[in-house]
Design a protein around this ligand. Structure first.
Ligand code: ZN
Length: 441
């Protein structure tokens, strides 16, 4: 007797944890029910994925959707719409909003808000500050929280814990993996007077130099070793850190940003000026090469976009008045697929970095692989599709991308979240139905 499903995805090249297999996937009640359905099985909806790759739903574990904040820049509704158009099924959102998400009340508000307006599933970071350290151990156990985020060096917003004493206290408050922005604040402040307004944009990477990032990471690793607290070093950007972190794989996981794999100095500053300014900065070729080597060696756990929009007119300001941060949630998947097509990593490694990696680092329940019982989250991609990234495609209200004009081979053509087709061929379908991601504690 043929089985009946809510959805069957037929004839796709499915990227399973054990290899790529051409098979059919049956979905029931938002979960993957069967891998390898029979040809006479039926479904309410069938997708013919002939010629396409079926990936587990891709996750961007590092976005700043700026909500609450300035709606003219980005919001959760617009940022999550950008995510599904770009082939992502879940994003993890940073807490340095206005106001920042640093207590139970604001977190409760955000949890409710997300489940009424988000187009994709979301994990939420809680910000660590010098004043909320005792509460972090409870905040990190709240449903939907992917991690505590600590800025050890200043970036956008007022969240920061820069000194070892408070950092150690924060590491001793709670037990889940903490996500760190690692740049040494003291070195940043000490060197700031060497620069002046109107200096070349490339001075961003001279000010926030390799030693700023490396010193920050050395200090964090010493404290992680002392306290035994696991750490996730976000956006590792220097060859020195990749080498150093090899000795801390028992404690530390790490993220690389698509920008640091794709853009390079001095080109990015000459061509993009303020639209190439982000933290940590885009650096020279040796660091980009080191990031790719770290990916090839298995030393990188996750890839993020660090989508961090700012208004166009502010990005046009001279350095250092122009704020640091670039848009990227909508372009992450196309650019990574282009890297796959260029032979820089395999599609399996990309799936490891964007599905299994986030699931492992943040202890996600029920996502990150195509297996029976898991959420029916899929990104369908056409590895042959050629397309140019156009600014007109970007739905974030700020309206710009540093990757405009880039010719891409490989494009996401459908996004499916818990069995619902939410994007197909550039069209957003249905209503916002995003939910909070579940994390094991
Ligand atoms: Zn960030």
């Amino acid at each position: 007797m043929p089985a009946h499903y809510d959805l069957i995805i037929r004839n796709g090249a499915c990227v399973l944890p054990w290899g790529t297999v051409e098979t059919d996937i049956g979905v029931r009640n938002g979960h993957i029910h069967t891998v390898g359905t029979a040809s006479d099985d039926t479904a309410e909806k069938t997708i013919d994925a002939t010629g396409l790759h079926v990936l587990p739903g891709l996750i961007d574990p590092h976005v700043h959707l700026r909500d609450p904040g300035d709606k003219a820049i980005e919001t959760i509704p617009t940022g999550t719409k950008a995510a599904i158009l770009g082939g992502l099924t879940a994003v993890f959102d940073m807490p340095n909003t206005s106001p920042s998400i640093t207590d139970a009340e604001k977190l409760a508000w955000k949890r409710g808000y997300v489940e009424s307006v988000a187009w994709c599933d979301m994990g939420l970071y809680v910000g660590g500050t010098k004043t909320n350290i005792p509460a972090l151990k409870d905040l990190e156990l709240t449903d939907g929280v992917c991690a505590v985020k600590i800025f050890a060096g200043s970036s956008t917003g007022d969240l920061m814990i820069e000194d070892d004493e408070h950092l150690e206290k924060a590491m001793r408050s709670g037990r889940r993996r903490i996500a760190f922005h690692s740049e040494d604040e003291y070195r940043l402040q000490e060197r700031k007077p060497q620069f002046k307004s109107g200096d070349p944009y490339s001075h961003h990477m001279v000010w926030r130099d390799e030693e700023c990032a490396f010193l920050g990471t050395r200090r964090l690793m010493a404290l992680a070793r002392k306290t035994g607290r696991p750490a996730h070093i976000l956006h590792v950007s220097t060859a020195q850190e990749f080498e150093y972190l090899k000795d801390y794989r028992d404690l530390a996981t790490c993220e690389v940003l698509v920008n640091h794999l794709t853009q390079v100095a001095p080109d990015c500053y000459e061509r993009l000026e303020g639209f190439g300014v982000m933290n940590p900065p885009i650096r020279g070729e040796e660091h980009r090469a080191a990031a790719w080597k770290a990916i090839a060696e298995g030393a990188v756990d996750t890839i993020g976009s660090d989508h961090a929009p700012h208004p166009r007119d502010k990005k046009l300001l001279p350095w250092p008045e122009c704020p640091a941060g670039l848009t990227g949630v909508q372009t992450l998947v196309p650019i990574m697929l282009d890297h796959v097509n260029a032979g820089r990593l395999t599609l399996a490694r990309m799936v490891d970095l964007m599905c299994a990696g986030p699931a492992r680092v943040y202890n996600v329940i029920g996502k990150g692989r195509i297996s029976t019982g898991y959420d029916a989250d899929f990104t369908l991609v056409d590895m042959k599709r050629q397309r140019r990234i156009e600014e007109s495609w970007i739905v974030s209200p700020c309206g710009w991308t540093p990757f405009a004009g880039m010719e891409i081979t490989g494009w996401p053509v459908a996004t499916i979240i818990r069995g619902n087709i939410v994007m197909r061929d550039d069209e957003v379908l249905g209503e916002p139905a995003g939910k909070l991601v579940k994390f094991a504690q």
